[in-house]
Ligand binder design. Structure first.
Ligand SMILES: C[S@@+](CC[C@H](N)C(=O)[O-])C[C@H]1O[C@@H](n2cnc3c(N)ncnc32)[C@H](O)[C@@H]1O
Length: 215
């Protein structure tokens, strides 16, 4: 199975499964730092799935232009339906980030929530480079994802959750990744510094807004 088919199959169940496993905690992680993008004008939203993050962002910043790119046509159709009653300026694009053509130095913000975790470390490094090339010199990057705390019971708990989640997503979607890529380090190495952070679930969930340091 390829990941597009896998995420298509999961699309209708995705929210229910998430609520069953984590309640509203993933939503809180996604939404916590969205106000940091309130004044951005051209926003790239990657792998947003069923459109819940996008819906919140459009409510906060209704006049921005959005490019919403996802591999899964069914996820995109859920997102379209979710936004159908809201006036917006969103271009939905069905594409694989690994082969997509993005404009150079165009977007002043990008959102990657629970997206970079779909890739192994080497592929995630390539994805970060592709994204970084599409961002303007003063861009912000909103990233939210799972994380593994440095030590203690929280670390053991996170490792257990991640083993379960990777087993499930590899089985259901065909992604190749087995562990989290070092996303925060990759984004920092691409020239971005954190300006706001939030942590939930004893460090299992992290949200960070990065600012390009070239500005
Ligand atoms: C784990 S889901 C995360 C959905 C949502 N962002 C969230 O916060 O839960 C990953 C999303 O990224 C999309 N995706 C996975 N690999 C992709 C790729 N190579 N290019 C574009 N989208 C991809 C999937 O279709 C799915 O919608």
């Amino acid at each position: 199975m390829n990941p597009a088919q896998g995420f298509d199959r999961l699309a209708g169940l995705y929210r229910g499964l998430e609520l069953l496993a984590f309640g509203r905690e993933l939503e809180r992680a996604r939404f916590a730092l969205l106000p940091q993008l309130q004044y951005c004008r051209h926003i790239l939203v990657l792998g947003d799935g069923d459109g819940r993050g996008l819906q919140q962002l459009v409510a906060l910043n209704p006049t921005a232009e959005y490019d919403c790119l996802d591999l899964s046509p069914v996820m995109l159709s859920h997102a379209r339906q979710r936004l159908a009653a809201t006036p917006h300026n969103i271009r939905f694009q069905e594409a694989d980030i690994l082969t997509a053509t993005l404009p150079d130095r165009h977007f002043d913000a990008v959102v990657t929530c629970f997206f970079l975790d779909c890739f192994d470390a080497d592929t995630a490094a390539g994805v970060v480079a592709i994204i970084a090339a599409s961002l303007a010199p003063d861009a912000r990057w909103l990233w939210a994802d799972f994380a593994v705390p440095a030590h203690g019971p929280a670390r053991a708990r996170a490792r257990l959750w991640l083993a379960t989640l990777y087993f499930f997503f590899r089985w259901q979607t065909g992604i190749k990744a087995r562990t989290l890529p070092p996303s925060e380090a990759l984004i920092a190495a691409a020239g971005f510094a954190p300006i706001a952070t939030a942590s939930r679930q004893w460090g299992l969930l992290r949200s960070v807004v990065f600012q390009a340091t070239a500005a």
